[in-house]
Ligand binder design. Structure first.
Ligand SMILES: [Zn+2]
Length: 717
């Protein structure tokens, strides 16, 4: 560092990441041949401009000897850069460029020592956080998530929302969780620890609920300036809940997520630290995690990252050390019963990935199904969006009744297996593909799930459905009976990509919320419909409207531009517009900024004989408030077909044809581009309906369902 450097050096303000940078970093470029982004070529973006400003200011600072004045100038420069970038809508945090040689800013790094007391069901931990303020403003306090306090008392916001959703069961006496910070301080340059324990307080920024203790604020004696780093040290204890919301214990199985005091995200516009809500949970900065986990010797441990050490202790316990860089969370699991299986994913176009599967013995027979779903997703997501960068992944087969099925954390996730596996490909494959996919959409593109859960859950649901369609096409509907134990596969009913888009659950709640509402404010019982179902369906609609090659380029560009950062919805919409070459704001106004629903249909079909010819009148109607261009295809008795392109804006469109043949039928959107149409049965009309035949078809389908159900129950009589 040159002698004139200020106490908090100005960061290198790099251009936004593009494929050129990915190539520079030695990562193989995914198929789909993206061009380098225009920012790198043009050298005219605000990032390059800000970098120029930074260099100029840096030079000025070199001539100024007084530290206070340098601080003032530095702060002003930071504010200016932030304002300029915010005006472009490009950055959540001004100094979010990757550290040199790293993939991410690595501004929130955790060293944690944690000990599991199996008999007492507690954790005790000590942790050191190295936190760099990458926002444009000084930080006068720190804010932490204490997730396990969501299960500390029935008045937490999490439990309140569960009650509102009519999804509340009082925990058993050992079912409650808790997180208590017993000490916190800041390590000063002198080496002394400035104790801040007495200043800790709980806040409830979302709802003012004084019964909620999931966010802790700690005022600092000295503000942390932009780009300045501090070291925070904490001691804490945690009471492990009986399995709830995919974390906790059941007998001697543990899945430990959301388990340590974790910093919120300081954005340019202030702290973003939401309370723990029933439908949303993630948002954190990237860092390096170095975690030492001490458990009884009999336990097998799996965790985020790679195991770097194993130490046997004199008290009979064992300490496992795991490390991972460029991740924003850390989870781990322990059980004496795990059977470990390893394989390596290889592909000529992608980097290899070591896969470690921790299975419970009763699910041993499903090993191949687990691995094949991980491999299918690593391959396709790697080709479509960008390669998986960590080189390893751990898949956890959760215990029965652990409440831990299907959950994502960086480089580790839980799947879902059953004692009696399904014959269809819904589980474990669909769950495993989805959780593998979250490594891209959540893990690497680290959107704010509290506010925009559609950006991880929705994009991932859409892309997972595509993986399933390609990799596991022979998929059938299935129902499970008797508490989920007994699978029953409906061999005659295919489970299609639209089912994986969750179309069935969409229509009943399609107007439940405006998707642009922050997710933690969605109605709890229907939040998933907005985040998963509606998003997957409008993305799939966009795919059918633009074509998959364009859609793939959109997602690849978005992924590579925003990997290891925190994009917002407008960043996604801007990428769609840029890559498609169209202004699709009208579409996002419909599907994202309103709760209007789509429903196009045929209102009437008339035919009049006029001499030797027929006059056909087609009346199509927009029944819903939302608009979308649709094709109207009229077919005549002689086979002639006319396609009209209706912009779908008016309530009705009327088409009149004088032709030698009588009309046969008319269809609105016959290619079914608009998957959000809530009533597809009104989309066609036949002049002379064969009503008897239609009735037979419906009755036969209904009888098939009934017969399958009766067979299921008869099996147990
Ligand atoms: Zn998910």
């Amino acid at each position: 560092m040159p002698a004139h450097s200020p106490p908090f050096p100005l960061p290198a303000l790099l251009p936004r990441r593009c494929v050129r940078q990915a190539a520079h970093a030695g990562l193989p470029r995914p198929p789909g041949a993206l061009a380098p982004c225009t920012r790198c070529d043009a050298h005219s973006s605000i990032d390059h401009g800000a970098a120029g400003i930074a260099r100029t200011i840096d030079a000025i600072l070199g001539k100024i000897r007084r530290v206070t004045l340098r601080r003032v100038i530095l702060s002003a420069a930071a504010m200016f850069a932030a304002a300029a970038i915010a005006a472009k809508g490009e950055s959540v945090q001004t100094y979010d460029a990757p550290e040199p040689g790293a993939l991410s800013p690595r501004n929130a790094s955790y060293d944690i020592d944690v000990r599991l007391d199996h008999a007492a069901r507690t954790l005790s931990g000590r942790q050191t956080i190295r936190w760099r303020n990458i926002s444009a403003q000084p930080a006068s306090e720190l804010q932490f998530h204490l997730y396990w306090n969501a299960w500390r008392n029935p008045e937490s916001t999490w439990f309140r929302e569960r009650k509102m959703a009519r999804n509340y069961t009082a925990p058993l006496p050992d079912g409650w969780g808790a997180m208590d910070v017993t000490a916190i301080g800041v390590r000063e340059p002198s080496g002394a620890l400035r104790d801040l324990t007495a200043q800790m307080r709980f806040i409830a920024p979302d709802d003012g609920n004084t019964g909620d203790r999931t966010v802790m604020a700690v005022p600092l004696d000295e503000p942390v300036q932009p780009n300045e780093t501090i070291q925070v040290e904490l001691a804490w204890t945690g009471r492990i809940p009986r399995g709830i919301a995919r974390t906790g214990f059941i007998e001697d199985y543990y899945f430990i997520g959301h388990w340590f005091p974790k910093l919120g995200v300081l954005e340019d516009r202030g702290w973003n630290t939401h309370q723990f809500h029933a439908p949303t949970e993630f948002y954190a900065d990237f860092g390096v995690y170095d975690v030492r986990i001490t458990v009884p010797a009999a336990f097998v441990v799996g965790a985020t990252g790679r195991q770097t050490a194993r130490t046997a202790n004199s008290d009979g316990s064992v300490t496992y050390r795991y490390r991972e860089a460029d991740v924003h969370d850390f989870a781990w699991t322990a059980s004496p019963h795990y059977v470990e299986r390893t394989r390596t994913f290889t592909d000529p176009a992608l980097p290899p990935v070591e896969m470690r599967l921790l299975m419970l013995p009763e699910h041993r027979g499903q090993e191949d199904r687990y691995f094949s779903a991980v491999e299918a997703t690593l391959k396709r997501y790697g080709e479509w969006f960008g390669p998986y960068p960590y080189g390893h992944v751990t898949i956890v087969d959760p215990a029965f009744q652990s409440q831990a099925d299907g959950m994502e954390y960086p480089t580790i996730f839980t799947g879902r297996a059953r004692y009696l596996p399904s014959r269809s490909r819904q589980t474990p494959e669909m769950t495993v593909a989805h959780e593998t996919g979250h490594q891209w959409w959540y893990g690497i593109v680290a959107t704010n799930e509290f506010e925009h859960a559609w950006m991880d859950e929705g994009i991932n649901t859409y892309a997972t459905a595509r993986v399933m369609e390609e990799a596991f096409p022979d998929n059938r509907w299935e129902r499970r009976f008797f508490g989920g134990h007994l699978p029953w596969s409906f061999r005659d009913i295919p489970f299609t990509r639209l089912d994986n888009d969750r179309i069935a659950g969409y229509r009943d709640n399609s107007e439940a919320d405006v998707p642009a509402t922050p997710t933690f404010r969605y109605w709890p019982s229907t939040a998933a419909v907005m985040s998963y179902n509606k998003t997957a369906l409008w993305l799939h609609t966009l795919e059918r409207y633009l074509g998959w090659p364009t859609m793939q380029r959109i997602l690849a560009t978005f992924f590579q531009r925003w990997q290891f950062r925190h994009p917002r919805p407008d960043d996604f919409f801007a990428t769609v517009n840029e890559v498609s070459g169209q202004d699709l704001t009208w579409f996002f106004d419909q599907v994202y900024r309103s709760s209007n629903t789509f429903d196009y249909g045929v209102q009437d079909l008339l035919s009049e004989r006029r001499g030797e010819r027929y006059r056909t009148t087609v009346i199509v109607r927009r029944y819903g408030e939302a608009t979308f261009p649709v094709d109207v295809v009229t077919t005549f008795a002689d086979g002639h077909r006319i396609t009209e392109k209706w912009d779908g804006l008016d309530r009705r469109a009327i088409y009149v044809y004088d032709r030698p043949a009588q009309v046969s039928h008319v269809q609105v959107d016959p290619r079914r581009v608009l998957l959000l149409d809530t009533a597809y049965t009104n989309n066609s009309r036949t002049l002379n309906p064969r009503s008897g035949r239609a009735g037979m078809v419906w009755a036969a389908r209904w009888m098939t369902w009934l017969q399958d159900l009766m067979l299921t129950y008869a099996f147990f009589l």
